[in-house]
Ligand binder design. Structure first.
Ligand code: ATP
Ligand code: MG
Length: 441
């Protein structure tokens, strides 16, 4: 992509409304624009990052055997009246009337709808287990939307729902999602610590939140430092291995980790030696619940059991805050100059900087490199706009692409370009004919 043809409205000054670093950097880098409180447009680079995160989330859900669907954002109120949550959900639910005066709502979550879909689609225990998920916009009329996309009112969530014939079978579905979350966050370059959690308005028995550590997090966190040394990648996991998956979950849940809501100071001190007691703040990026028959009973979601008798299905729900993760990753990965994207979610793999646009030799050298990189399938942002070198460097650092290739008249005379690693700041002079070989497959 040529910057001269792109849309990336960079702000020179810090926007006043931004209280935390991710919000500030996302606005300054031209990734998002606020339309109303907690309601954002995603501009080209922001949207690319969002899509990359979404795709990693999708791949790991698919790998764990979940099936993707897409439910509408607008839901009929009837479904929620059946579960009893229409009144219970309160002011966070955005309620709408259609032209026929029917009660509708902008979905804050989808337990009711998916339970109804499942009820109509299955008859027998032989149709279980199943896990259905979608990645869809939600609306929650938060009292205090803030911190940019971290606490929006309209936000993108992945929500999965499992259906099993018993509590025990449901435990395996829960465990599979637990492990898939570890993998998902690890691929995003994050360690999201699973912690015991309250179940909140979704309700249920078993629940874990996944939190990334950041000073600006809204939850206090307390955990065993040994968790840092765990295997977070879970590469080569076999999701059919019931005992193996349970052991992976046990490895994490047997160590103390709790948010302030569930924290028990006495237990923390008893179980974790002082030197290993970690405390801090965290951002909730995922939340899994097991709630059994809480929705299947009121909504009549039953199947024929092995003995011919009807039984209510046992369910769990599993959320990941896809749009919150964009801000969460920036919180976890930035410096004074700007964002530092992990390679897996960077909006472009690299930036090519022409520091003297209009100098024929530099223009030709840059165009050659740009075209060769494109031919190789490297996603490159080429700064071909007129402007001073200082401003260009600052903008590149701000938007945080993992690599920068800098070409100017002086280097060109010696036949070299400068290659800079955004994360380490390391710079290297590379012969022009070797630049392209450095990137891509
Ligand atoms: P919180 O405690 O932060 O308000 P929640 O517990 O109400 O979140 P869940 O119902 O657990 O949220 O939703 C699943 C996931 O969706 C959360 O783990 C979070 O990552 C994301 N999420 C929830 N609310 C928001 C929001 N207002 N803006 C962005 N992401 C959100
Ligand atoms: Mg939650």
């Amino acid at each position: 992509m040529r910057l001269s043809q792109y849309f990336m409205p960079i702000l020179r000054d810090d926007p006043k409304e931004a209280e935390i670093v991710s919000h500030r950097l996302m606005l300054r880098a031209g990734m998002i624009r606020q339309e109303a409180a907690g309601n954002y447009s995603w501009l080209p680079t922001g949207f690319k990052v969002l899509k990359k995160i979404e795709q990693i989330v999708r791949e790991e859900q698919d790998r764990a055997g979940a099936l993707e669907v897409l439910m509408p954002t607008i839901q009929p109120a009837e479904l929620w009246k059946k579960s009893g949550r229409y009144d219970a959900y309160g002011k966070e639910m955005l309620r709408i009337k259609d032209r026929h005066d029917r009660d509708m709502l902008f979905g804050p979550t989808n337990e009711e709808m998916i339970t109804d879909i499942f009820r109509q689609g299955v008859q027998s225990y032989k149709d279980l287990p199943r896990n259905l998920y979608h990645i869809q916009w939600k609306f929650r009329d938060e009292v205090r939307p803030r911190f940019g996309v971290m606490r929006g009112r309209e936000f993108l969530m992945k929500d999965a729902y499992s259906f099993d014939i018993s509590r025990e079978a449901g435990q395996h579905s829960y465990n599979k999602m637990f492990v898939s979350y570890l993998r998902t966050f690890a691929r995003l370059g994050l360690k999201a610590v699973p912690m015991r959690a309250e179940t909140g308005p979704i309700g249920g028995s078993d629940s874990h939140e996944f939190l990334i550590l950041a000073e600006t997090g809204e939850s206090g966190v307390f955990f065993d430092g040994d968790l840092h040394g765990m295997d977070w990648e879970k590469s080569g996991v076999n999701y059919d291995d019931v005992a193996g998956i349970a052991a992976m979950v046990e490895g994490f849940t047997s160590r103390y980790a709790a948010t302030d809501e569930k924290h028990d100071a006495a237990e923390f001190e008893r179980r974790v030696p002082e030197a290993k007691r970690m405390t801090g703040r965290g951002i909730e990026v995922g939340h899994i619940f097991f709630f059994g028959t809480k929705y299947s009973e009121p909504m009549g979601c039953e199947v024929q059991g092995p003995d011919g008798k009807k039984l209510f299905v046992h369910s769990g729900s599993y959320g990941i805050g896809v749009s919150r993760l964009v801000g969460g990753i920036v919180e976890a990965s930035h410096d004074d100059a700007g964002i530092i994207w992990p390679e897996a979610v960077a909006p472009f793999q690299m930036g090519l900087v022409n520091i003297k646009v209009g100098d024929a030799a530099v223009d030709v050298a840059c165009s050659r490199i740009y075209e060769a990189l494109q031919a190789k399938g490297v996603d490159v942002l080429y700064d071909d706009k007129e402007g001073g070198a200082g401003g260009k460097f600052a903008a590149m650092d701000l938007i945080g692409l993992p690599w920068q290739v800098i070409v100017g008249p002086r280097g060109l005379k010696e036949g070299i370009a400068e290659v800079k690693n955004r994360k380490t700041g390391a710079r290297e002079n590379v012969p022009l004919d070797q630049v392209v070989g450095r990137f891509g497959a």
